[in-house]
Structure formats: C-alpha cells, structure tokens
Design a protein around this ligand. Structure first.
Ligand code: NAD
Length: 286
C-alpha cells in the first residue's frame, strides 16, 4: 500500500486564488495590499525563496518591493529601513528573510517590525498572542501545515502527534497549533535520546529538523500522517526533505512530497497574512 500524496502546489493555488479575489476587492476601494521583503547577504537558498515570494505576490495582485543589501550592511541601517517601511502606508507586510548574517541580532531586527506588519508572525508580541491562544499573524509554515491537515480532513482532537524540531519559526509554533487543535504533542529535538520511541506511536509526525532523510520507514507507525517541512538540495541538484520519502510512503497513510508539499503552502500563507494586514489597515484607517 502507498500513502496518499498531499499536493501542496494544488492546495496553495486555492489559497492564492482567495488572496487574489480579496486583494482585488480591496484594491477597488483604493487599498492595494503591499509586501516588503528584505534580503541581506547573498545566501543562494534565501535568494530563491525571496524570488518565489515576489513572483507569488505578482500573481496574486499584491504589490511588492524587494530590498537587497550586501552582507556588510549594518544593523543600524537595517533598523532605519524597517522604521521607514513601518511608516509607509502602501506597505502592509514586512518580511526580513532569515537567516541574517551573524553580526545582526535577529530578535532586535524582528522586533523592530511593527507587530501590525509582522506577516511572518515572529515578533515577540505575535508569538505571545499565539501562546495565549489568540493569535494574530501565524508563522507561515505552521499555518500552511494546519491548512493542509484541514484540507486532508485529518482529525486532530485526541490524536497523538510528534513535532521534530523546535525552532521559533516552525517547530514551536507548530506544536502550539496542534495543541490548540486538541492533539497530544511531543516535541523532539537534537537532544532527544530516542526519536523513534516517540515517532513509532504517533498518528501524525511533522518533521522540521533540517536533516535529510531523518525520518525512516522503521520509525513510522502504519497509516500515520507524515508532513515533511525540510528542504535540501542533494549533490545531483534535486530537492529532498527530512523524510526518506520512497520508503516512508510505503508505510504512511498520508505524506507530503518535497518539492510540492509544505513549501508552496508557506508562500500561500504569507500572501494571506499580507492580505489580512491590509484589510485590517483599511478597516482601521484614520
Ligand atoms: P532550525 O535549524 O532553526 O531548527 C532545527 C530544529 O531541528 C532544532 O530544534 C533542532 O534541535 C532539531 N534537530 C536538528 N537535527 C535533529 C535531529 N537529528 N533529530 C531531532 N531533532 C533535530 O531549522 P528550521 O528553520 O526550523 O527549518 C527546519 C527545516 O525546514 C530546514 O530544512 C528548512 O530549510 C526547512 N524549512 C522549510 C520551510 C518550507 O516552507 N517548506 C520553511 C522553513 C524551514
């Protein structure tokens, strides 16, 4: 038996179509949603992610600007630029592409973004809102995963889930969202002694470790739902995830591919967050 593949590319098209429809309605009233993306340095993967985000904006009727700065750019100048974007009424969402070069304080930079424009959902205020069960902007990747699980009609209440990875932008918010949905959640990480002990009993496994093929078939309970967040480029130039896809798909009930799984959903949710920021700004305009 082979797992049902969840097509994130297709699903993200429905999210983008909804964004395009609502963005057009808003634009007709004089407010075109706008996103500013800031890229510092020349990390090749980051350049591709930023290009994909800008292209997605164009396709969905979202105005976008992209600032590119060299790795030598200073934190003071970056903070000044963010401040200017915070004041810019044509920009409703600001995203600083991570990782930043090591001389930047990531927390200082993220918290310089107005919480009303923090479409990555990483500002301390938005992270706290998620923790308190009243989120405003959800981090895009976990939000995309939740949307996929809903589209797949996966029952979460009372289910046993494992999240592998506990980063601020993926693993931690993912675990909180699953908890809110009624799942019993184990969060595993680099220091977890026996990963398989947790994964083997899980009905849902979300893998966001940044470790190619970390989840193998022996670690998966038959019919489990497996969501692969990881993205890696192999030596032969192909993309793969954190899951040993060919083997795990023979055991799992549902599985997301890489590419074409979580990645497109992340972009879809970024557009949705930008749209919602613009709708809010329009509704509360002076
Ligand atoms: P990160 O490096 O910030 O965090 C990785 C987490 O995984 C850490 O908590 C670490 O403890 C844990 N981990 C690492 N190796 C492990 C192991 N062997 N066993 C158990 N836990 C382990 O990474 P991140 O930003 O959360 O990203 C994770 C992966 O997801 C990366 O491959 C990244 O490229 C990818 N990613 C994809 C999308 C998307 O849209 N598909 C979005 C964000 C990140």
């Amino acid at each position: 038996m082979s797992a049902t593949l969840t097509n994130g590319t297709l699903l993200s098209k429905t999210v983008r179509a909804e964004v395009a429809r609502r963005a057009a309605q808003l634009a007709a009233q004089g407010c075109r949603p706008g996103l500013a993306v800031i890229l510092v340095g020349d990390d090749p993967a980051s350049s591709i992610y930023v290009r994909n985000k800008i292209n997605a904006c164009q396709e969905s009727g979202v105005h976008s600007i992209c600032d590119r700065y060299p790795a030598t750019f200073t934190e003071a100048r970056l903070l000044a630029r963010i401040d200017a974007l915070n004041q810019d009424p044509t920009i409703h969402g600001i995203l600083v592409q991570l990782p930043l070069p090591s001389h930047f304080n990531r927390r200082t930079v993220i918290n310089a973004i107005s919480p009303d424009k923090d479409v990555d959902g990483l500002h301390t205020m938005n992270a706290g809102a998620l923790m308190s069960g009243a989120p405003r902007f959800l981090p895009c990747t976990p939000a995309g995963v939740m949307r996929m699980l809903a589209a797949m009609h996966i029952p979460l209440e009372g289910s046993q889930a494992v999240v592998i990875g506990c980063s601020e932008s993926v693993g931690k918010p993912m675990a909180l969202l699953l908890l809110e949905a009624g799942a019993t959640v184990a969060v595993c990480h680099r220091q977890t002694r026996d990963l398989a002990l947790y994964t083997r009993s899980a009905e849902l496994i979300v893998v966001a470790a940044g470790h190619p093929k970390l989840l193998t078939a022996e670690m998966v309970k038959p019919d489990a739902v497996v969501i692969d967040v990881g993205i890696h480029r192999t030596a032969d130039g192909k993309l793969c995830g954190d899951v040993d896809f060919d083997a795990v798909r023979k055991v799992a009930g549902f599985i997301t591919p890489v590419p074409g799984g979580v990645g497109p959903m992340t972009i879809g949710m970024l557009l949705m967050n930008t749209l919602q920021a613009a709708e809010y700004a329009f509704k509360t305009r002076p």
